[in-house]
Design a protein around this ligand. Structure first.
Ligand SMILES: Cc1cc2nc3c(=O)[nH]c(=O)nc-3n(C[C@H](O)[C@H](O)[C@H](O)COP(=O)(O)OP(=O)(O)OC[C@H]3O[C@@H](n4cnc5c(N)ncnc54)[C@H](O)[C@@H]3O)c2cc1C
Length: 335
C-alpha cells in the first residue's frame, strides 16, 4: 500500500549540503523533511569500519576560507568534533613535509561523524531525517512535488531542495516527466564531476608514510594515500585509504574489483615495512566524487512552481566547504 508523507520542505540528500540546509531551516522554526537513499547520513562524508579499524573513504580532510564556514568550524572545534590534522602534505618524494600554514581539518571518529552530529542537531531543532529511502522519480502532481521511492512510499512537498550530484537529481526529475526550462537545463548541463576509484587496505605491520601519515601527489595516477591510524581515527587497526586521480579513475572505472584493488595496492607497497602484509581490501567506485565544472552561484532556483532548488558542492564552491555554504545559502533562500 502506498504511504504518503506530507511535508512543507522536502530536502533530497542527507550529505553535508542537505544537513546544513536542514539545520539552518530548523533553527529558523521550519520543519524540513530530509530523505537519503544511504543506510546512514553523510553521502560523501563517508567512513567505513573494517575489522576493528576505521577509514575515511570519501572526503579526507577539509579547509576553511569563508568567514561563515569559519564560525561553524570553530564551534565544531570547540565541541572536540573537529581537529587540525596538518598544514600541508608531502608528495612522498620529500623527507620533510612542507607546511603552508593553512590548516587541514579532520573529524574525530571519521568524517561521517560530522554528518551524524549535524543530523542529531537538526533533529533536535525540529527537522525530520530518514535514511534508506531510495527515490526513483520526482513528479509534479496536483500542484505539489511528489517524490516516489522504490518501496512505494511517496513524499509530497510544497518546496523541493535537491542536493544529490546534479546528474542524479536530473534523472529523478526526468523519470517523473518534469520539464525544466531551457535556461535551467543549460545551466545544470554545464555542471560536471570527476570520478574517483578508492581502495581501502587493512595492513598488518608497519607503514612508513611521511608526516602526518598521508601523501598527496597532484598529477600522478594515484593522487592520495593516507594512514587512518596516524590520522587518529583508527587506533586499533592500520587502514590505508588510496585514491586514484580523475583521469586514471575514468579510464579504469569499469574494470573488475580484483584488478583495480591489485593496481591500487601496488601504489601502497613502497610504503610498507619489509614484513608488512595487506590482509583485507575493499573497493569503492565514486562516480561523482568532485565537481570539475561548477554553477557560479551557491544554489539554483529553478524556474518552476511550486519552488524547486538545486544545491550541493557543485554550486558556488567545491568540496566540503562549498557543500556546507551551498546548504546554508539555499536554506536562506527557502526561508
Ligand atoms: C573520494 C572523494 C574524496 C574527497 N576528498 C575531499 C577532501 O579531501 N576535501 C574536501 O573538502 N572534499 C573532498 N571530497 C568532496 C566532498 O566529500 C563533497 O564535496 C561533499 O561531501 C559533498 O556534499 P553534498 O552534500 O554536496 O553531496 P553528497 O555528499 O553526495 O550528498 C548527496 C546525497 O544525496 C543522496 N542521494 C542521491 N541520490 C538519491 C536518491 N535517488 N534518493 C535519495 N537520496 C539520494 C546520496 O545518498 C547522498 O547522501 C571528496 C569526495 C570524494 C568522493
Amino acid at each position: 500500500m502506498t504511504q504518503t508523507t506530507d511535508t512543507e520542505i522536502l530536502i533530497v540528500g542527507a550529505g553535508l549540503s542537505g544537513l546544513m540546509a536542514a539545520n539552518a531551516l530548523a533553527t529558523r522554526g521550519l520543519r524540513p523533511y530530509v530523505i537519503d537513499k544511504g543506510a546512514v547520513v553523510g553521502g560523501r562524508l563517508a567512513t567505513r569500519q573494517l575489522e576493528n579499524g576505521r577509514a575515511d573513504y570519501g572526503a579526507q580532510f577539509f579547509t576553511v576560507r569563508d568567514a561563515q564556514f569559519h564560525t561553524w568550524v570553530d564551534e565544531w572545534k570547540g565541541q572536540g568534533l573537529v581537529y587540525q590534522w596538518s598544514t600541508g602534505w608531502s608528495d612522498g618524494s620529500l623527507a620533510a613535509t612542507p607546511s603552508d600554514g593553512f590548516p587541514r581539518y579532520a573529524v574525530r571518529g571519521g568524517m561521517n561523524a560530522l554528518a551524524h552530529a549535524l543530523a542529531a542537531q537538526a533533529e533536535d531543532a525540529g527537522a525530520m531525517i530518514r535514511t534508506g529511502v531510495g527515490l526513483t522519480r520526482i513528479a509534479k502532481e496536483y500542484g505539489q512535488w511528489v517524490a516516489h521511492d522504490q518501496a512505494g512510499q511517496t513524499f509530497a512537498a510544497q518546496t523541493l531542495v535537491l542536493t544529490p550530484p546534479v546528474a542524479q537529481s536530473l534523472a529523478l526529475l526526468a523519470a517523473g516527466a518534469v520539464d525544466l526550462t531551457p535556461a535551467d537545463r543549460t545551466a545544470l548541463a554545464r555542471i560536471a564531476y570527476a570520478p574517483c576509484l578508492c581502495g581501502l587496505f587493512r595492513v598488518e605491520g608497519d607503514v612508513d608514510l611521511p608526516e602526518p601519515g598521508a601523501i598527496q601527489r597532484p598529477g600522478e595516477p594515484i593522487s592520495w594515500i593516507a594512514d587512518n591510524r596516524r590520522k587518529g581515527i583508527s587506533d586499533d587497526a592500520t587502514l590505508l585509504t588510496v585514491h586514484a586521480a580523475p583521469d586514471w579513475s575514468r579510464s579504469h572505472f569499469h574494470e573488475g574489483d580484483a584488478r583495480l584493488l591489485s593496481l591500487l595496492a601496488e601504489a601502497v607497497t613502497p610504503w610498507l615495512a619489509p614484513h608488512a602484509q595487506i590482509r583485507e581490501s575493499q573497493l569503492k567506485r565514486w562516480r561523482y566524487a568532485l565537481p570539475t565544472s561548477l554553477h557560479p552561484a551557491r544554489y539554483l532556483r529553478g524556474d518552476a512552481m511550486p519552488p524547486l532548488y538545486f544545491a550541493g558542492d557543485a554550486f558556488g564552491g567545491p568540496r566540503v566547504e562549498g557543500a556546507a555554504l551551498s546548504g546554508l545559502a539555499v536554506a536562506a533562500a527557502v526561508a
